[in-house]
Design a protein around this ligand. Structure first.
Ligand SMILES: [Zn+2]
Ligand SMILES: [Zn+2]
Length: 162
């Protein structure tokens, strides 16, 4: 959806608010996917010569835990406030990118902010211990091969010494 900032600057009388949903399921995200519609809201308020744009984006990321490979999902929300001056609309170096007609692509902006916000390496939990190198299940596993093997070896060396 394109937000017509030029028109808001030209004929402002009250804050402009919009609730939106975007389908970003076909977009390329690093290390996760966003299969469900993304909810966003934007409010544009003119304060003197500066238009304050408040954006919130809520998206559910679906990913594989980087340690144990479990399928997980997590909700992320992004809140950003941008300050736009009318001169920014035609300035290629402005913080935001506008179309030549002075419009802002909110879907593109939501996508960009999500990519910046969501880490590309995600874990099922901060304490995830990963997979057992012996049995391949999620730790703590029941095989105990790894630790008991070492203990037996050390014990037999000890026995020889005794
Ligand atoms: Zn995990
Ligand atoms: Zn194991």
């Amino acid at each position: 959806m394109l937000l017509d900032l030029k028109r808001i600057f030209g004929a402002y009388d009250a804050p402009v608010t919009a609730q939106l949903t975007f389908d970003l399921s076909g977009e390329d995200f690093p290390g996760y996917a966003v299969p469900e519609p993304v909810r966003a809201s934007v409010t544009a308020t003119l304060c003197g010569h500066v238009l304050e744009l408040a954006l919130t984006v809520e998206a559910k990321a679906v990913f594989e835990c980087a340690r144990c490979l479990a399928e997980c999902e997590r909700l992320f929300s992004v809140e950003r406030v941008y300050s736009v001056r009318e001169a920014d609309l035609s300035d290629p170096d402005a913080e935001l990118f506008f179309t030549p007609e002075g419009r802002l692509d909110l879907r593109e902006l939501a996508y960009t902010e999500l990519v910046l916000e969501i880490p590309s390496v995600l874990l099922c939990s901060d304490t995830c211990a990963g997979l057992c190198p012996v049995c391949g299940s999620r730790k703590p596993c029941s095989c105990r091969h790894e630790t008991s093997g070492f203990a037996d070896e050390r014990l037999s060396v000890l026995k020889q010494l005794l």
